[in-house]
Design a protein around this ligand. Structure first.
Ligand code: DGL
Length: 270
C-alpha cells in the first residue's frame, strides 16, 4: 500500500529505528516527527509525555499514514497502550522488541537496562522481560545525562566517554550482566562508547533491528506492505532546531537529508 509509515520520537533518537526500517523495508516511505523543541521527554511527567505523543500522532494521522512506530521508549512506556486502544491503524513501540532481543541474547539471565528517568521509573522493561521469563534478573539504571548530550551532537570523544563512564559505574561494578539493553533510542548513537565502558563480555542490545522486523511482520499480516520497487522520498518534521538534526542525520545515514521542515504541534484535548 502506497501510504507511509509514521515514526515519532522526542528528537533525533528515533532516527536509529527509522534507519533500520529503511534498511529492512527499502520500498516503504517514512514520515518522521521529532519533538526537538520539547526534548528531553525523560524527566517529564507521564501526562505531559502522553500529551506530546498524541500531538505528534495527530499530526501524522493528517498525512494518511498506514502504521505508527513509536520510536521512543519513554513515549512507549507512557502512551503505547492508549494509542493501541484508540487508533484503528497498527501501532508498535520499541520496548517489547528490545526485551525480545535481550532474551535471545543473554546466557546468564542477568540483563541490564539503561534508559531515561521516565522509562526506568515506569518499570516497563522489567515487566516486559519478566512476562516472558520470570527467572531473569533485571538491573535498571537511569542515565539522564545521555539524551541532552546526544541532542547537542556529542556522540563520541572525551566528553562522551567521561559521562558514559561515570553514569554506568553502578551497573558495571555490582552485577555480572552479560547483556545490556539500550532502553532509549538516543543511546545507539553512543554505542561504541558504551561498549568500551562495559567491556567486550557484555552484549549491547538496541531495539531497532527487532522493531523493524516487527514493522515488517505487521505490515505483511495486515496486507499493507508496498510490494513494488521504488526509492521513496522520506519526510522529516521537527518542532525545534533543524541544524543539529541535519548533523545527526548525516552521522547515521552518511548522506545529507533531503526533506526537512520545522512544524508547530497543534494542542489537542486528550
Ligand atoms: N529517544 C527517547 C527514548 O527512547 C528519548 C527520551 C527523551 O527525550 O528523554 O526514550
Amino acid at each position: 500500500m502506497n501510504r507511509a509509515i509514521g515514526v515519532i520520537d522526542s528528537g533525533v533518537g528515533g532516527l536509529t529505528v527509522a534507519h533500520e526500517i529503511m534498511r529492512q523495508l527499502p520500498n516503504e516511505k517514512i514520515i518522521y516527527v521529532g519533538d526537538t523543541l520539547r526534548c528531553p521527554y525523560g524527566p517529564r511527567p507521564a501526562c505531559e509525555v502522553k500529551q506530546f505523543t498524541f500531538e505528534m500522532i495527530d499530526f501524522l494521522l493528517k498525512q494518511q499514514i498506514k502504521m505508527i512506530v513509536v520510536a521512543c521508549n519513554t513515549a512507549t512506556a507512557y502512551a503505547l497502550d492508549d494509542l493501541q486502544k484508540k487508533l484503528d491503524i497498527p501501532v508498535i513501540g520499541v520496548i517489547q522488541p528490545g526485551a525480545r532481543a535481550a532474551i535471545k541474547t543473554t546466557k546468564n539471565r542477568k540483563i541490564g537496562v539503561i534508559g531515561t528517568d521516565g522509562t526506568i521509573k515506569s518499570k516497563a522493561y522489567p515487566s516486559a522481560l519478566q512476562l516472558i521469563n520470570r527467572n531473569l534478573q533485571v538491573y535498571s539504571l537511569a542515565c539522564p545525562l545521555f539524551v541532552p548530550m546526544v541532542e547537542r551532537g556529542v556522540t563520541s570523544g572525551e566528553e562522551a566517554l567521561a559521562v558514559v563512564e561515570q553514569s554506568l559505574q553502578p551497573l558495571k561494578k555490582e552485577y555480572e550482566i552479560d547483556t545490556l539493553v539500550l532502553g532509549c533510542t538516543h543511546y545507539p548513537l553512543l554505542e561504541n562508547t558504551i561498549q568500551k565502558v562495559m567491556g567486550p563480555d557484555v552484549k549491547i542490545i538496541s531495539s531497532s533491528e527487532e522493531t523493524a522486523r516487527e514493522t515488517s511482520t505487521i505490515l505483511e499480516v495486515h496486507q499493507l506492505l508496498y510490494t513494488k520497487h521504488r526509492e521513496p522520498e522520506h519526510e522529516f518534521y521537527m518542532t525545534g532546531d533543524i541544524e543539529m538534526f541535519k548533523r545527526i542525520y548525516q552521522t547515521i545515514f552518511k548522506e545529507d537529508i533531503n526533506s526537512i521542515e520545522k512544524v508547530v504541534m497543534k494542542k489537542i484535548n486528550l
